[in-house]
Design a protein around this ligand. Structure first.
Ligand code: HEC
Ligand code: HEC
Ligand code: HEC
Ligand code: HEC
Ligand code: HEC
Length: 215
């Protein structure tokens, strides 16, 4: 029999099999990673220009979220407080603190502090704080235990699947309006029943159609 292929050619099928295997495992991993809700910024906690602590202010001092984030009930966007809000207290409290130097500088110059944004949705996804906060979705449900965070970290994936988990079954998540900014909310035993009743009475119906969130 004439030898058409060299001896080495025997290796080709083996090598391509291994290479193919690697490639498909790699692609599988990529797909899994991309589509899992963990492909997100959970845990993202950038260092801020001022060592402002929610654990101290919202936790120990017990300040309500809306003292600073005043627009959550009235607007799509939740504001970051102006330096003026900090100076309500820090004109008197900790006046000499080195940690507050950037705050006093901002106050003196009128140049706002450049806080680094933690949570991001892509521009093609629509989201409104007011709609959620006014329909009984708590800050805690989407942002976690902010009152325990020294530095704010993203607690939930904010992915499409995550949004829809609640839109499909809001009765598992809603709370009374007066508990919307409460941290460490404990659900009463009959909360699903109460929520179903509220959903019926108020006609709460979170959208699942694409154009509600993408337009
Ligand atoms: C004394 C004012 C103050 C209070 C009270 C306060 N915050 Fe904040 N919050 C800030 C400031 C300043 C920032 C920007 C710096 C940072 O991210 O830590 C911020 C940032 C945040 C962010 C991250 C925003 C982003 O960049 O994506 C969330 C979420 C948040 N606050 C939620 C809350 C919740 C929930 C409460 C109530 C439990 C609360 N805050 C109470 C001042 C306040
Ligand atoms: C309602 C009053 C109040 C407001 C409003 C307030 N703080 Fe404070 N802040 C305090 C108190 C009280 C302390 C703790 C003082 C102490 O440790 O004795 C404090 C401590 C701090 C400290 C630590 C200072 C140090 O030397 O330990 C920083 C930094 C700070 N605040 C930043 C801010 C920023 C930034 C804002 C605005 C977003 C703000 N605070 C708004 C009351 C306030
Ligand atoms: C249904 C989920 C949900 C609820 C409830 C919610 N948030 Fe948010 N929050 C988000 C998302 C998503 C973003 C990012 C928005 C974006 O990038 O457009 C965000 C962003 C923010 C920001 C940053 C705003 C900015 O653009 O810098 C602050 C501050 C904030 N939220 C505070 C609050 C507070 C305080 C409450 C409760 C009163 C609250 N959020 C309730 C989902 C939620
Ligand atoms: C924990 C529950 C929950 C989560 C999480 C949640 N939503 Fe909602 N969403 C609601 C409820 C409740 C409503 C109010 C429905 C109504 O008004 O009938 C709503 C309404 C909406 C609406 C309709 C707004 C309008 O003007 O009527 C949009 C758009 C929306 N959500 C987008 C989002 C997006 C984007 C996310 C994820 C980043 C998200 N939601 C996460 C509960 C949730
Ligand atoms: C409740 C709000 C909501 C609804 C309803 C919704 N989306 Fe999304 N969608 C989002 C959000 C938020 C993101 C951004 C996710 C992220 O940043 O990871 C997104 C991302 C996407 C992306 C980008 C790829 C990806 O997976 O991140 C596509 C494509 C998409 N949506 C298509 C659709 C289609 C098609 C429908 C209807 C069947 C739909 N969406 C309904 C909120 C929604």
């Amino acid at each position: 029999m004439p030898q058409i292929f060299s001896k080495k050619a025997n290796l080709i099928p083996a090598v391509s099999l291994v290479a193919g295997l690697f490639a498909s495992v790699f692609i599988l991993l990529l797909i899994w990673y991309y589509f899992s809700p963990e492909f997100t910024d959970v845990g993202y906690a950038p260092e801020q220009p001022v060592q402002y602590s929610h654990r101290l202010h919202a936790g120990q001092l017990g300040m309500d979220c809306q003292y600073c984030h005043t627009s959550v009930q009235s607007a799509a966007h939740s504001n970051i407080p102006a330096t003026e809000t900090c100076m309500n207290c820090h004109a008197q409290i900790k006046r000499e603190s080195l940690l507050l130097v950037p705050v006093r500088e901002s106050w003196a110059t009128g140049k706002s502090i450049e806080w680094i944004k933690v949570h991001h949705l892509p521009d093609y996804a629509q989201f409104s704080h007011a709609v959620h906060v006014n329909n009984g979705v708590g800050c805690e449900t989407c942002h976690g235990r902010i009152d325990q965070m020294e530095i704010v970290a993203q607690a939930e994936p904010l992915s499409m699947g995550w949004c829809l988990e609640c839109h499909r079954q809001p009765e598992l998540f809603l709370r009374p309006d007066d508990a919307v900014t409460k941290m460490g909310y404990v659900q009463p035993a009959d909360f699903v029943k109460r929520n179903l009743e509220r959903i019926r009475l108020e006609g709460i119906q979170p959208p699942e159609n694409c154009s509600a969130c993408h337009y």
